[in-house]
Design a protein around this ligand. Structure first.
Ligand SMILES: [Zn+2]
Length: 134
């Protein structure tokens, strides 16, 4: 399947898969770095960055920004997989630490939204989780 060229697209999100792959909805090649794009009618597609770059409406700057976000997410995933020891959760925010803590401390390495954390937390079942008491 090739995406229609008579419409404009914009990048509305990104994803990177861990130990997993999917296929680009434009060229069918295997990808693990994904740009989520949307056309003018609201149809959404998951495509590789190489393909996204060729589509009308998407600019080099958008690609660069998406690459930056993906690279940041990859670092986060690596941290969760290899270094994170404790996750401290208060409402919708998660703080990650590289050692065990029993209460919130300012020495966190990552602070992120709970929904983003939920995407990747299963990578490492050994992370100790603490919920803030109100
Ligand atoms: Zn592609």
């Amino acid at each position: 399947m090739n995406l229609p060229l008579d419409t404009e697209y914009k990048i509305i999100g990104h994803d990177c898969l861990v130990d997993n792959y999917t296929s680009c909805e434009n060229c069918s090649r295997v990808i693990c770095n994904i740009a989520t794009i949307e056309d003018t009618e609201g149809h959404k597609y998951s495509v590789g960055l190489d393909c996204a770059e060729t589509l009308s409406g998407i600019h080099a700057l958008d690609i660069r920004e998406t690459k930056r976000l993906i690279s940041r997410t990859r670092k986060l995933i690596k941290f969760i997989k290899k270094e994170a020891q404790t996750a401290f959760i208060r409402e919708n925010t998660v703080w990650l630490y590289k050692y065990e803590i029993n209460e919130w401390q300012s020495t966190w390495i990552y602070r992120l939204d709970i929904n983003k954390y939920k995407l990747y937390r299963d990578i490492n079942p050994f992370i100790k989780t603490i919920y803030a008491s109100k």
